[in-house]
Ligand binder design. Sequence first.
Ligand code: HEM
Length: 529
Amino acid sequence: MFLLWALPLALYLFYRWSIATYDYFEKRNVPYVKPVPFFGQVLSFFTQGRHAVDVASEGYRMFRNTRISGVFTLRTPAYLVHDPTLYKQMATKDFDHFTDHVTDFRIETDPILARSLFFTNGAHWRQHRSGLSPAFTGSKMRSMFGLLSKSAGDAMGRLLVFAAGKPFTMELRDLYSRLGNDVMTSISFGVEVDSLTDRDNEFFLKGKRLAQIDGLPGLKFLMATTIPRVFHFFRLSGMYKDVNEFYTDAVARNIQLRETNRINRPDFIHLLLQARKNTLGAEKHEDEALQDAGFSTVKEHTLEQKMGEGKMNWADIDIAGAAASFFFGGIETTTTLLCFTSYELAVNPDIQERLRAEIDEQRESLADGRTPTYEVLQKMKYLDMVVSEALRRWTPLGLTNRKCTKNYTFTNTDGSQVTIERGQNISIPLKYFHLDEKFYPDPLRFDPERFADPNNINQDAYVPFGAGLRNCIGSRLALMQAKCILFYMLSNFIIKPDTKLTIPIVIDETSAGLNAKHGFWMNLVPRSA
Ligand code: HEM
């Protein structure tokens, strides 16, 4: 008898609770995507098989005449920015209102992720970012470039031996993530690995687990973002325990080895150890020319020190967190850039030939005719146009976010005032800015010519590395790494679509990142063949 009325009542109360927030945008006169009870917008991710970035950005194409719209993830309202100029403003001039990213990891349960730059917030983020910035200047990148180029060049040598002068088929996502992992392991830890041969080496396997944002880890990220209280109540963690232990141990051992043997190598651990001793600074006379790794490079802003904030004290575990964040933020994104650039080169052989001609011309000026230098890559205009267009057409990180840390009022297109309240989540659809015909005519066409004259590009609407003070710290490294690997690939191989490649490429809607459903299968033809 009790159950007869208690169950429906409980269900009814649950239903009322699940929709209690759904009048949030109505009350604020902000257009919003109508939510499904309890699920909000998330249901269509499961039922319609659409990519998470597209689900979260749905309002962008639905409401054309607004600077912002609303969306619900489960019960949680979030704003979606439609106007790239508004995003720029939030990220730079009005940064004080939006200092944080939304995902909240705790040091007790996620000792590494919670210490990595993307996930730190507030005063700790300021200290961390200003401590790390000097490690990413143009001159530091140039000193590191030798290690990067060696790692990529060695791998290319092994690929040529494997080819033995004959064409062969390869899945490029696998190839590039192995190359990316080897490069990052070398420039972060000073450890040389060869993931093409030693396919199950620990750095590669742990790096893969670290960067995994699909499946269970993806679900946990979603929980940490949308229902942080539940996430923390159950003491859940975003990262696997063995990965935490691996990076913590690897860094501690590495530091000890260097200190005992006085090893001095121009890599990240070395720079972070300098930061610990307060000897890492930007060069007194930073060479302006070295800052530019291409059109897409983002500016590093100077963070003013706030009263009583002090400098970052780099414990070993903080160094592990920083190094892990380079793996986490850098490998999948750079791999995605390389995969889609290679895809476009394979299906547009005229673009590939023109790029190869530019590479061959530069090779003539190299001492060994083979190994690119930082300066040579900087000079290559067409390479830069191709990479810039690939970052636009196939934005590796299609969505970023901010948390509102101080109420913020702005004027919407209809003249009404919108106030974003402290604590609200904001999504920024980078991909949708890049694919908006308002900014890029015929946006789905891959056309490097768009970047022939950078003055024709709306700078606010070109944001592959985000914008403002919390933009990507690794843009220079990513560009140099991608350009270096493309240089080697096109010097040695002609990239052709394999019969297993789907054209046009089919995107894997279930992947949290940007990926091809059926892989990037290419036929690599050695140029000597
Ligand atoms: C093509 C490659 C890459 C792309 C497209 C990319 C894109 C991005 C984007 C869009 C953001 C968020 C910016 C924002 O919220 O405004 C970001 C942040 C970040 N990226 Fe990258 N990234 C790439 C490579 C790298 C590399 C190589 C590293 C490290 C060495 C790196 C480290 C980071 C870190 C640590 C952050 C967080 C910065 C902060 O919160 O202060 N990224 N990246």
